[in-house]
Design a protein around this ligand. Structure first.
Ligand SMILES: C[S@@+](CC[C@H](N)C(=O)[O-])C[C@H]1O[C@@H](n2cnc3c(N)ncnc32)[C@H](O)[C@@H]1O
Length: 326
């Protein structure tokens, strides 16, 4: 038996429940049926097959209507990243933990996550952190350019609250320095990181949140992983390859990792990046480039290596000068 909803996009996967019922999900729309469709992958809900399902890039089928409510919220995410974030909370997460968004700015990433969570039918909580300040250049390029009325001052917390009001019942916004917080919100099922703009902040934020990831299920997204000016992100994931395995690269710069083992204090020490030398970082970039060759982003790792070579000793992203201008 098949209950068909109002439109018929291609399904992204079948989720098999223990009692054999199939829940077919795509872009926030769900079909219930008895038999799996042989043309697309089946994911057993109790035995996630993350690498397999992610290799099919099912988020590419997230259709525009699913993201319509998020359009009013300016974001730095590219179109595919927006589909991916929505898919993760509408399809991948099971409601076993919180969604944490580190560096949500005016709420762009948070809105896509919240829209997916709302369509999942789960009670997923989203906790979003930021300084919630924006200088004039950012206001011009991200906010005013996307239809936000001009306003005085640097405080964007009221704006983020207003833009995220459609999902306010499931979102907590935490203003200030992320590193000044403690996490007591239980397991984290999805951790989105766009705030590790220095090696020190990556280490501090990892120590706060990684120990709460669920082994075999939690996914972390590094939104700027492939950006040429933050090589400590690739370095850390190489150092912690016993704890995280890459799942997908999604343009513009996001790379997703599955947490295979929950990091403890020893793991965090292994993954610390602040004291790595440039030579260490270059070796780890090269290792990441090799391990992630199947994702076809070789040019981005080359840019990362070139960026570091042109900015010796630098560990603050905004201080990086492009190789041709360094
Ligand atoms: C590139 S923006 C985020 C864009 C957003 N994720 C989106 O999808 O539109 C990075 C954000 O991280 C925040 N950030 C960076 N480091 C931070 C820290 N240590 N504590 C709090 N916020 C931080 C900045 O305030 C900035 O808003």
């Amino acid at each position: 038996m098949l209950y068909q909803l109002s439109y018929t996009p291609k399904a992204d996967c079948d989720l098999r429940r223990p009692r054999g019922e199939i829940k077919r999900r795509f872009a926030g729309f769900v079909w219930f049926c008895k038999k799996p469709d042989a043309t697309h992958p089946v994911m057993d809900i109790d035995r996630p097959s993350a690498p397999e399902i992610f290799a099919h890039a099912p988020w590419a089928h997230v259709a525009k209507p699913a993201l319509a409510a998020t359009k009013a919220v300016p974001t730095m995410l590219g179109p595919q990243e927006q589909q991916f974030y929505y898919w993760l909370t509408s399809v991948w997460t099971r409601g076993d933990g919180a969604v944490v968004d580190l560096g949500c700015c005016a709420g762009g990433s948070t809105a896509r996550l919240a829209a997916g969570a709302a369509d999942s039918g789960l009670n997923t909580r989203i906790v979003a952190y930021d300084r919630f300040t924006a200088a004039e250049p950012l206001k011009e390029t991200l906010l005013y350019a996307n239809g936000i009325e001009t306003f005085a001052g640097n405080d964007i917390l009221p704006l983020a609250q207003q833009l995220l009001s459609p999902w306010s019942d499931r979102i907590d916004l935490i203003p200030g320095e992320i590193e000044d917080n403690a996490w007591d919100g239980g397991p984290i099922e999805l951790l989105v990181i766009d705030s590790a703009k220095t090696a020190d902040s990556l280490d501090a934020q990892s120590a706060l949140f990684y120990p709460h990831l669920i082994a075999g299920q939690s996914v972390i997204l590094h939104q700027d992983f492939l950006h040429w000016s933050q090589p400590w992100l690739a370095a850390q994931m190489e150092l912690m390859s016993d704890y995280f395995t890459p799942l997908a690269c999604v343009p513009r710069s996001t790379v997703a990792f599955l947490c295979t083992t929950t990091p403890d204090a020893d793991a965090l020490a292994i993954g610390a990046t602040a004291d790595l030398s440039d030579a260490d970082l270059q070796a780890l970039i090269a290792a990441a480039r090799t391990r992630m060759a199947p994702f076809g982003r070789d040019d981005r790792f080359q840019a990362m290596a070139d960026g570091l070579a042109a900015n010796p000793g630098e560990r603050v992203a905004w201080k990086f000068r492009r190789p041709d201008r360094a």
